[in-house]
Each structure stands twice: as structure tokens, then as C-alpha cells.
Design a binder for this molecule. Sequence first.
Ligand code: AMP
Ligand code: MG
Length: 398
Amino acid sequence: MRTVTEHQSFITTLITRPEPVVLPLEQAAGRVLAEDLVAERPLPAFDNSAMDGYAVRASDIAGASAASPVTLPVGADIPAGRVDGPALQPGTAHRIMTGAAMPEGADAVVQVEATDGGTHNVTIHEARDAGKHVRTAGEDVRAGDTVLPAGAVLGPSQLGLIAALGEPAVTVIPPLRVLVLSTGSELVEAGKPLLHGQIHESNGIMLATAVRAAGAVAEQLRFVADNVDEFHEALNSRIDHVDLVITSGGVSAGAYEVVKDALAGQGVEFVKVAMQPGMPQGAGLVHGVPVVTLPGNPVSALVSFEVFLRPALRAAMGLPDTQRTLVRATLTEALDSPARRRQFRRGVLDREAGTVRPIGPPASHFLRWMAAADCLLDIAEDVTHLDAGARVDTWLVS
Ligand code: AMP
Ligand code: MG
């Protein structure tokens, strides 16, 4: 039997980094920069006013005060965006707005609050040093500066910076395209009536949502019957268009294990992993595309995704937080755990109290308790019993 850690590294090796692509900024949110971003132009691009007020020569208003204000004729109006602002003649002021280019000859701005706000003449009540309230070209970014390193995650501020530098697109590690393929002849679409023995399909949306939450792109192919020919046909129709296939169902020890029957000896290794839930697992390459086969029981499928796929997907896409936040907490009640299995139990954390309450039975079809949990208790292989009050590792999954 394989350990959880061994199967984790097997899957992490299988899923490799996609080639960088150039994406428009609109599509780059949450992605990771594939290379250092070097500014081609400075920020600000030109000297401009930091205030609404008047552009002046500091020497013309030296000594201005409330007791002895200085009055200057106003030569021109320079709103933001004006591209033909005239030069400032000595002994005059231009009315200027925040972000407008400083006129040639001006070296300071007096904010409107320190003046009478006049439009023909302006009376200024305070002196200003040269450079005051002027944003100088390049003071934020100089051309040639590395403003973001390769590996930076592009959130609002990073994308804002890239846009400010005039770049419409950026080179990023693209999201992996993942096909979630659900097998099972018993599966019926939600909203449709069931015959006795049929169930509503639920792994598809569950795994696709988990894939998206991990930062990748998911498409679904559902209701693939437990028939080897049908499975091959379904897989072959889509595998060349994706970077990874995740199947659910058909990998246990029974008969009619369609995924196992179809892919054993075809590049996919089927193994038992020393864990609960999720013991039957498989992974390998089909047509050069990684295929990871998860068990069909919903809790097994989602726990397996958490343990094996989420870390591998995020690592391949260069995304941070490949591991969930670990919180060590005190058990509120005793629990038993199978020998020689790393057990993942559902739980609810009280972070203030530092406690964790296990919820629901350990079996892998109790989906309701998975939905109520905010953490997984990670119980080591050799542990068979924990008393209330014991300390246990939990993974924050919500
Ligand atoms: P299997 O691994 O195919 O033997 O399935 C194990 C259990 O999970 C069975 O009870 C299946 O009906 C159930 N199951 C398998 N696939 C799905 C699915 N996509 N949605 C909901 N339940 C499923
Ligand atoms: Mg099945």
C-alpha cells in the first residue's frame, strides 16, 4: 500500500506547468506572472500637480502669508488631460488641477484652500518651497525597474499597476484546463425523476467547483455509463483538449469498475493508498495527458481532491498556498481511527476556543457532514484512538 505522501508526490510530478501565455488584463486576474515585469516607461510619465490649485514659481510667492498675501494674475487653466498647457510667465499663476501636467517654468503648486480661488487674479496666503505638491516624473517607477517579479499573483493592485504602465496584456501561467468525468450507470441529472436504484449525479459539480476554487478551469462530462467502450469513446472525445482529466467512480474492487477496466495497463496505475476515506486511487498518462482517477463515493472523491489534486494543481500553476492552512486544535470528544490508515475526518473548528468538533460518521457517503464541515481532521496512520482533549491537526478547507 502507498502512503498518502507517496501518492501526493506521484500526482504532483504528473501534473506539470502549462506554457506561459499572453492574456489581456481582463483575463489575467488571479493568474501568476510568468516572467519579471519590467517597466518600459516611468510613472508618473511627466511632472504633474498633486493638488487642485495654482502652479507658480516658488520664488514669486516667497514670504506670502495671511498677513501679507501675494496676488498674481491667472494666465491659463490647466485641467487634467490638457496637452497644450502654455508655459508660465514670471509673476503669474496658472490654475491647475490634480494630475495635470506642470507648465514649463512652474516649480510648485499652491492648493486652492490656501488661496481665494480667483480666476482672473489669485490671492495666495501661504508660501511654498520649490517642488511642493508636484509629482515628479519617475518618482514611483523608473523605466527599466522590475515592478513585479515572476511568480507574483495578479490581484487588483498588480493589474492596476500594469495598466498604468500602459500594458494591455501580460505574460502569465494559464489556468490548467481540467475535464471532470463522472462515471456510473446509476447516475441521473438533478431535476430529473429517479427510478428505484438510480441516484442524482453530484460529483461533477462538486469536483468542477473544487477545480475552479483551486484556480483552474473545469469542464464536465457526466453520465458516462459503466461500459468500457463508452468510457473510451467519452474520454477520447475530450482528452486532447484538456491538460488534466479527473474521473470519479469505477476504481474499487468490485465488478463493473469501468475506469479501472478501461485504463489498467494503458498508462494508469491503480493503487491502494493507506487512507480513509479514499483508499482506491489511480493516476497516470493517457495520450500524454495526466489522468487522475478518484473513487466515486462523494466524500472520498472530495477528500482525495483536497489531499492530492488541489496541492498539485496550485503548484503547477505557480499559485501560492498549495497547502491548506493548518490549525492545531483540541478535540471536543473522543474518536477512533483505523490502524495503518491516515484518516481525514470532517470537523468544525472554534478558532477562538482552539477546539475542533468532529462531525458525522467516518464513512464516505455522508455528504451532508462534508457540507457542514469547515476543516478536515488529519489523523496519523498509527493513531487508533484519541481522547477528548487530545491535540489534532486540522486543515482549513472553507
Ligand atoms: P464507485 O466508486 O463507482 O463504485 O461508486 C461508489 C459510490 O459512489 C456508489 O454509491 C456510487 O453510486 C456513488 N457515486 C459514484 N459516482 C457518483 C457521482 N458522480 N455522483 C454521486 N454519486 C456517485
Ligand atoms: Mg460506479
